[in-house]
Write a protein that binds this ligand. Sequence first.
Ligand SMILES: *Cc1c(COP(=O)(O)O)cnc(C)c1O
Length: 411
Amino acid sequence: MSTTLSQRPRLEDRPQLQHLTAQLNDLKAKGTYFHLRVLDDMQAPVCHYDGKQVINLASNNYLGLTAHPKLREAAIQATKEYGVGSGAVRTIAGTMKIHMELEEKIAAFKNVEACVVFQSGFTANAGTVSSILGKEDFIISDELNHASIIDGARLSRAKIKVFRHKDVGHAEELLKEVANEPGRKLLITDGVFSMDGDIGPVDKLCDLADKYGAIMMVDDAHASGVLGRNGRGSVDHFHCHGRVDVQVGTLSKAIGALGGYVCGSKDLIEFLYHRARPFLFSTSHPPSVTATCIAAFDLLEQEPERIERLWDNTRYFKSELGRLGFDIGGVTTPASETPITPIIIGDGKKTMEFSQALFDAGVMASGIAFPTVPEGKARIRTIMTSEHTRAQLDQALEILETTARKLGILA
Ligand SMILES: *Cc1c(COP(=O)(O)O)cnc(C)c1O
């Protein structure tokens, strides 16, 4: 028999975890404490969170694939044919034919020798960075790189050197500083930065990597399905094929399901099979997820018009936000060049108030504050999809404008 909350033992009365309660109270005082918003139906441009209908500007569902009929059908078919789980980690007994098929599909799509799929983009980054380097090595990393890169860097025990955001000159200084050290150097950037929506200078960093003999790595989580021909990512966007040693992507955003992957040489992938800890010690994807991803890559080839619609919507939404007078970056932060458009507010508490007021008025746009972004750079982050209609965007813009005027964010 399952129990109701009041029947369960009260762990909160014990002293062991009281320091957590204290920190939560801190967040409440600062105004950055949050409740998880609960989606009642499915990801869509208009959907219901906490029982309320909203225009959704918060998901990473760039191409609307989370609900695509062909992908759902692929998941159902794979479940019928192969069951709901893989039953083991990849290296023991959990490598299914369908896993190998997806890896080959991605490798061909990305125009690389080989690919390995991880359970998530997070584990792809953390598992890769931590296994290909050791404590005598150096990581030269953009200050706004994703948390999973930072965690992987820490786990590797390599020395971490951080360059100012997108500052290629600063990255070169750091590479020069360690040029005579015996350790290997890894130069790493996000293809698209998740909080600012700007594009990493992949081509220029490739030049640096070539010049200094550094390993070049790009995390394309927000670029996969968005940038490059048919959504092939930032390496394709910058025509840098053959110059990036390690390409990471996610299957959780534009691809619509869950997972992460690493693309590169055959030896890189075989090495990760042998050494990447999430690959070795965590169970592989269920067949449904893998089949969904295979179908998604087919769609990127078959329905490129989704990507065109995404960019049309992006251009329209950005220009309207600018016209209304919102700070969408460019002065305080680099300007967004992608479907991610931050509306910079600055103060964390004010940002959370704005986000809540928008929600009450019918727009879901997440407020993001410290520590996800630097102190003083709190923002509302909006993300466009190919599936938003012009009418939905106009309605969202109207709500953004009236709410911002009420709160004194727009004059
Ligand atoms: C979301 C994200 C990841 C993690 O991907 P998941 O598949 O969600 O684990 C990694 N890097 C960047 C830049 C991201 O935005």
